[in-house]
Design a protein around this ligand. Sequence first.
Ligand SMILES: NC(=O)c1ccc[n+]([C@@H]2O[C@H](COP(=O)([O-])OP(=O)(O)OC[C@H]3O[C@@H](n4cnc5c(N)ncnc54)[C@H](OP(=O)(O)O)[C@@H]3O)[C@@H](O)[C@H]2O)c1
Length: 346
Amino acid sequence: MTTNRQFRLKARPVGRIKPTDFELVEGPVPTAGPGQAVARLLYLSLDPTNRIWMTDMEQYMPPVQLGEVMRGGGIARVVESQLPEYPVGTLVTGLTGWQDYVVLDAGSSAMLQALPPGLPVPPQAFMGALGVTGLTAYFGLLELGQPQPGETVVVSAAAGATGSVVGQIARIKGCRVVGIAGGAEKCRWLTADLGFDAAVDYKAPGWQAALRAACPKGIDVNFENVGGEIMDEVMSGMNLGGRVVLCGMISGYNDSAPMRGRFDLILMKRLRVQGFIVIDFMPRFAEGVMQLAQWYLSGELKHRDTVVDGLENAPTAINMLFDGSNVGKLLVKVSDEQGTSDEQGT
Ligand SMILES: NC(=O)c1ccc[n+]([C@@H]2O[C@H](COP(=O)([O-])OP(=O)(O)OC[C@H]3O[C@@H](n4cnc5c(N)ncnc54)[C@H](OP(=O)(O)O)[C@@H]3O)[C@@H](O)[C@H]2O)c1
């Protein structure tokens, strides 16, 4: 490949993200100068937070500025290096951006971490179950939700990257696990393949009654990914002193109106509601990855990816997160290399 394609933010989206919100800029593949390395993207991660970064609302990182390369997580392999910490063949994960090639320098370690060689899992696992969404599930559920054996945990967007891991960890911890997801096929996957005790299709009529029936002892922990009507319904079924892990409110991200919730229920049920961003737990990421990897390798934690081919499709594929056409982690395959991390350095 001789061209580096970059998607730069051209306009702040109104409603759904449109391809015209980006400009595709093509330039030569960068070369590594002294103290630099160049890595080629294998996979780009598409995440609901990309929509937030495109706005100038108050948020946890600076918004992407117009004209900048779109920020995004990814996994890339170093193809040229004058940087001893990142030899050729190293896999790096982190904020690669929406482009074919990313340049690393001595200050890159906060943005792009090198993976140790010899890991017996495919690279894309570090985008999902062993990556940011897996860590979000792990720290959000265990640290904030503090689920106890026998308690009922409800998770929304349950068939997505974060929700599917939340439910499986709650199951490992001995909880009754109820997922909320859009469509019968997603619900079947949750119960038949991932071991959820029940799954509620919020697109089917009468889903509110189905949710109550699935939680006969009430709800102790709500891992909230969606917000809006779904959050209100789950909160109204919670037990006194329940915990709400406020992870995301995707139902409001395409809307400019403020996201709202039922403060009356928080009061009456004495709920503990806590928002968090996974980077709050960055100093403990290694611990989280180790545990997730153990469950993954033992078969206790399953994962699924929805992979869209070609960087050129990222601006349209991002909307799959908002129409629910992804199952598990949504990724864009940017280049063809299929190596596992075992092949590093070869
Ligand atoms: N706090 C953090 O640090 C952090 C980190 C990662 C993710 N998150 C949040 O976690 C949530 C899930 O993120 P993810 O990356 O794992 O994405 P994901 O769950 O893999 O994909 C998003 C899913 O959300 C559901 N959805 C979209 N719009 C909806 C709506 N209006 N009503 C109900 N469901 C809707 C869709 O599933 P259905 O087919 O079921 O509708 C879709 O598949 C998001 O809110 C995200 O912002 C937070």
